[in-house]
Design a protein. Structure first.
Length: 225
């Protein structure tokens, strides 16, 4: 799998670290499983740009369907390794009457799902459920997989919510971002404000001062009683 062809696919999530996490997981999967190639047109920054080609490029529809089918097969294979002896896998069989945009969204959704499953599979190999990694190297690798799995989950959830919104409202303007679903990536960074707790006079806003007082009380063991 060509790593360079993957990077444009995740441009919308690049600044948050989702890009590198998905590439790392895809790189690991490709060493053990048959990861399909990702068409370059999937890397469009705006999903709406792909819809403009709907009537001009019929081959795009067929290509999207083949990618979805391949990712679905990969997802089922990962599920069988993650839960041996159980009937797992997604119920997705591939789009039949979906538009190219829906096919692209579904392919991106399935890719995120595969990355999540692979991260879970690798964690189970490093450490059994309920145990701790025995070696420091395994601990570091497990922590990285936990972080990458979280980032992949944000990607997958954002696309799942976007697909749900489009189906429920029939509006095509929704686009997946890190702000589509609530997560750590979308939280406000109040670290600079909290750092001013030793010098509250440097604040120029009463609202900021009130928030700082609240944060200070919440983080001070003596003030909590």
């Amino acid at each position: 799998m060509n790593e360079c062809s993957l990077r444009p696919l995740f441009r919308d999530f690049e600044d948050s670290g989702v890009t590198d996490a998905l590439i790392r997981l895809c790189r690991g999967m490709s060493q053990e499983f048959d990861v399909p190639g990702i068409p370059l047109w999937v890397s469009a920054n705006r999903i709406a740009d792909v819809s403009d080609l709907q009537d001009k490029c019929v081959s795009m529809v067929e290509e999207a369907r083949s990618v979805v089918a391949a990712l679905h097969a990969l997802e089922c294979q990962l599920a069988s390794h993650l839960n041996p002896g159980e009937a797992g896998g997604s119920s997705v069989e591939g789009p039949s009457n979906l538009s190219p945009v829906s096919s692209v969204m579904l392919a991106r959704l399935l890719l995120g799902s595969c990355c999540e499953m692979y991260a879970s599979l690798q964690c189970s190999r490093l450490c059994k459920v309920g145990d701790r990694p025995a070696r420091k190297r395994d601990t570091e690798e497990t922590l990285r997989l936990y972080k990458d799995s979280f980032l992949a989950a944000v990607w997958t959830s954002a696309h799942a919510q976007c697909i749900s919104d489009r189906i429920g409202t029939s509006v095509s303007e929704f686009e997946p971002t890190i702000h589509t679903v609530p997560s750590e990536l979308g939280e406000m960074d109040l670290s600079d404000l909290y750092a001013r707790r030793t010098c509250p006079r440097s604040l120029y806003s009463k609202d900021a001062a009130h928030l700082l007082q609240l944060m200070t009380r919440c983080t001070n063991p003596g003030a909590r009683g």
